[in-house]
Design a protein around this ligand. Structure first.
Ligand SMILES: [Zn+2]
Length: 235
């Protein structure tokens, strides 16, 4: 059993579109993980529907991150982390809709992460988005929804890396945490789920994880480096 599972105080939920299919896909992932090749793990299995694969992995990463945060959330509160930051340069505000207008609110990191997990869970529970019925198609904007989810899940890794990594090491979870993050980044890269600027808070770490990037992607990265460093982003 994964160490995170033992100490999780969250109860991760898994929405199952098709139990047999889910099991099959997860076994596929686990088998390849065993061969220590995370790059292969993230690739779309032959003959598999891309939306099904994105959905299955979204649920899996959501559960992983829930478990990871569950190991440290007693140490992340409004006193220790009064806002959702990734170091001193990046702060994320929580977006809410008030009178049909988007409003951004500064909340503690733990509140931000709770809101985020609730928001993802509501999408997973939404039959129009992640239907449990095989005959109901995925929505047309499914890829955009997935990108939104990954963009926001990334911020949880970033917050933990910047503010709680020593605790993760102390608890002896660093290997699992690093593998989870690496797997996440490989998946993001494989399906182009995030922009370079969105990944900027952990860019150095990502570069060290992914030393062999394609030339085309390097050029893209250089261009974006000229952009602003400090960013305040929405939810
Ligand atoms: Zn924190």
């Amino acid at each position: 059993m994964n160490k995170f599972e033992k100490s999780s105080i969250f109860v991760p939920k898994r929405k199952v579109r098709d139990k047999e299919k889910q099991r099959e896909l997860l076994e596929y992932t686990e088998n390849i993980s065993g061969s220590q090749n995370l790059r292969k793990t993230v690739r779309l299995p032959e003959g598999e529907s891309i939306n099904e694969w994105l959905a299955c992995n979204t649920v899996d990463f959501y559960n992983q991150i829930n478990m990871i945060f569950g190991t440290i959330n007693l140490y992340c509160d409004s006193q220790t982390c009064p806002s959702m930051t990734a170091g001193s340069k990046y702060e994320y505000l929580w977006a809410t809709i008030v009178n049909e207008q988007k409003q951004f609110k500064k909340v503690s990191a733990s509140e931000y992460i709770k809101n985020l997990m609730d928001w993802i869970q509501s999408l997973l529970d939404d039959e129009k988005t992640f239907s449990s019925q095989n005959d109901i198609p995925f929505p047309k904007n499914f890829y955009d929804i997935i990108k939104d989810i990954f963009k926001r899940l990334f911020r949880v890794y970033a917050h933990i890396f910047y503010h709680h990594y020593s605790l993760i090491v102390q608890l002896g979870f660093n290997e699992e945490f690093n593998t989870s993050f690496k797997h996440f980044i490989f998946f993001v890269e494989e399906f182009e789920l995030m922009s370079t600027s969105e990944m900027q808070p952990l860019q150095e770490l990502i570069s060290s994880l992914l030393p062999k990037k394609k030339k085309k992607k390097k050029k893209k990265k250089r261009r974006s480096r000229s952009g602003k460093i400090k960013s305040t982003e929405e939810k």
